[in-house]
Design a protein around this ligand. Structure first.
Ligand SMILES: Cc1ncc(COP(=O)(O)O)c(C=O)c1O
Length: 383
């Protein structure tokens, strides 16, 4: 359980590290962690690789089904029928299929206005139109504007693409908020596609992730839940996630689309997910401790740096930082020139912000903070 020792990423074809190869820029952008995954995951993969046979495989394997059922029950108090599990090679593809399964070309899809960028392009790629719902800051938490959401629904609106915990901003929706949201969807007969990929990365001890589909029977019936071990266990390159769909007819239609439109989920991704969900909990808890410390350090530093503001982050390793006071023309370039590779908020729908990935060693984070502070000091000095 080592979250501090640097791993040489020069030969790993890492997208995160490749972007700044041979440049003195710390990569704190795409949502990968810098440290190794859980030892139990590495061992399970090594064992499977040692077998040396990699033919077509059951989708989902009995092993991964059992692990997912166990994980959802123990972590999220959600009892599912294993039949509800639909393996996916990617969660973004799962979003695409959710748009396709709901309605037809030209229909409208609701989504948060500030959101992980692929939410936008899955809608345009499937020839639907977007209705972007503002996210409001309430007591330091970024919450969908429920009133605006209900007011925006038209007769052509078929589905809400929801993200909980939210990326960016890390809000973990409460039971009351989820109930409000579900009520709106029930009243307006909307499907819900709930991307819960970050659900095992809740940092605040007093917050709990609640799958919206677990609220009640109606919520279960109208929801496609998307989950994966990929963010929590740093296995995004292994191509495995899953949808949980309780409604038999909806699941049948969705599975048909998976077969027609998507590559099969990856066998090694299944192995990693099964190991993570069965035996990875001690490592996950240790990681949460590490991330909490990094978050608290970063929050303190950001909020004492002139021109920067960070609100409490309930979950994820992705800090959402308001840089509007710096009046930057190009935030990505400014921070790259400072030696820190961030994600520009504009990609997520809000150019006043940047996103900083702090799933790295404390040493890397401290160096990033030093560089950011120096660049900002230079900005004020140059007037
Ligand atoms: C909210 C959200 N959904 C989906 C993904 C990507 O999932 P996948 O790589 O399985 O397509 C990410 C990656 O950061 C994400 O933050």
């Amino acid at each position: 359980m080592d979250f501090e020792t640097p791993i040489d990423q020069n030969h790993s074809f890492s997208v995160k590290w490749g972007k700044y190869k041979d440049r003195n820029i710390l990569p704190l952008w795409i949502a990968d962690s810098d440290y190794q995954t859980a030892p139990v995951v590495i061992e399970a993969l090594q064992e499977r690789v040692a077998q040396g046979v990699f033919g077509y495989t059951d989708q989902p394997s009995a092993d991964v089904k059992e692990a997912i059922v166990y994980h959802l029950k123990t972590q999220h108090n959600w009892e599912i029928n294993p039949e509800w599990i639909v393996p996916l090679s990617s969660i973004v593809n799962g979003l695409t299929l959710s748009c396709l399964v709901a309605g037809e070309e030209g229909d409208s899809v609701l989504l948060p206005a500030t959101i992980y960028p692929p939410f936008n392009y899955v809608i345009s790629n499937t020839k639907r139109t977007s209705i972007r719902i503002p996210i409001l800051l309430e007591d330091g938490r970024w919450i969908l504007d429920f009133e605006a959401l209900e007011a925006s629904i038209t007769k052509d609106t078929k589905i809400l693409l929801f993200c909980n915990p939210h990326n960016p901003g890390g809000v973990v929706y409460t039971q009351l908020e989820l109930e409000q949201l579900h009520n709106i969807c029930e009243r307006n007969e909307l499907l819900i596609c709930s991307d819960e990929i970050h659900c095992d990365l809740v940092l605040d001890a007093d917050k709990k992730h609640i799958p919206i589909a677990s609220l009640n029977e109606d919520a279960a019936k109208r929801t496609i839940t998307l989950m994966a071990a990929s963010k929590t266990y740093n296995v995004a390159g292994l191509g495995f996630g899953f949808a949980i769909i309780a409604d038999t007819r909806l699941r049948k239609r969705y599975k048909k689309l998976v077969l027609e439109k998507m590559p099969e989920a990856n066998l090694l991704g299944q192995v990693a997910t099964a190991a993570a969900f069965k035996d990875g909990e001690p490592w996950r808890l240790a990681q949460i401790e590490h991330l909490r410390k990094n978050r608290d350090y970063l929050m303190e530093e950001i909020n004492t740096t002139p021109g920067l503001k960070m609100f409490p982050l309930e979950s994820t390793f992705l800090a959402w930082v308001d840089v509007s006071a710096l009046m930057l023309m190009d935030s990505e370039k400014f921070f790259e020139d400072a030696g820190v590779g961030i994600s520009a908020g504009a990609y997520f729908g809000d150019s006043h912000f940047i996103r900083i990935n702090f799933a790295c060693s404390i040493e890397t984070l401290e160096e990033a903070v030093r560089r950011i502070r120096k660049a900002i000091a230079g900005l004020s000095a140059s007037g």
